[in-house]
Design a protein around this ligand. Structure first.
Ligand code: HEM
Ligand code: HEM
Length: 139
């Protein structure tokens, strides 16, 4: 499967769940799950779709790094938002550890996205060229 469609499908699934939760909150007038709803939409629908848009047009070199990046993001936000929702619904503090795991995976997804951007921008190649000994123009 193309990496962009993987991101779009995960984003759409998150959007359906997040918007569904929003409609439920509105209908029930119980907004206690608002932070879970907000992060499901923002980390799931919005962020995954942005990653998808980038990968759709980006060079497809070193695909393993691209897949590692989107996999961390795609695994992180469901763990984070599910743990958050469970905590908000039950007050069970034991689930906070899971929220940490999800949050750190989400962060790893963003750090790896920066690595992908640095790689694709050609910045590394420019820096390596600079560190090579320059020809002496006076000879
Ligand atoms: C039909 C779709 C949606 C419905 C019915 C809905 C409904 C709601 C409701 C009832 C709240 C709680 C408001 C409060 O307690 O003051 C809320 C909060 C929020 N929603 Fe949605 N929502 C929808 C879609 C979205 C989408 C697509 C996003 C983001 C892309 C989003 C982002 C947020 C955020 C960030 C908050 C928290 C706002 C705050 O705490 O000030 N929502 N939404
Ligand atoms: C793993 C990453 C993230 C973590 C751990 C995190 C954590 C938090 C926390 C602890 C709050 C306060 C909730 C409260 O007061 O009830 C919050 C609120 C908020 N965050 Fe995040 N956040 C993350 C990523 C993001 C991202 C990427 C966005 C936007 C694209 C975002 C948008 C918001 C908004 C709009 C609120 C206020 C909404 C509300 O209180 O329901 N967050 N976040």
């Amino acid at each position: 499967m193309r990496i962009a469609y993987f991101c779009f499908i995960i984003g759409a699934l998150a959007g359906i769940t997040g918007i569904g939760l929003g409609i439920y909150m509105g209908a029930s007038e119980d907004h206690s799950l608002s932070p879970a709803h907000a992060h499901l939409n923002l980390l799931g629908w919005v962020t995954m779709t942005l990653y998808g848009l980038y990968h759709r047009y980006a060079p497809q070199s070193y695909r393993w790094l691209n897949w590692l990046q989107v996999s961390c993001a795609a695994a992180g936000f469901p763990i984070f938002t599910a743990a958050l929702a469970y905590y908000l619904a039950t007050g069970d503090v034991d689930v906070i550890a899971n929220a940490w795991i999800g949050a750190l995976l989400t962060l790893a997804g963003m750090v790896l996205f920066l690595a992908v951007l640095i790689r694709d921008s050609g910045m590394i190649a420019v820096l390596m060229r600079r560190s090579e000994p320059q020809e002496d123009i006076w000879c």
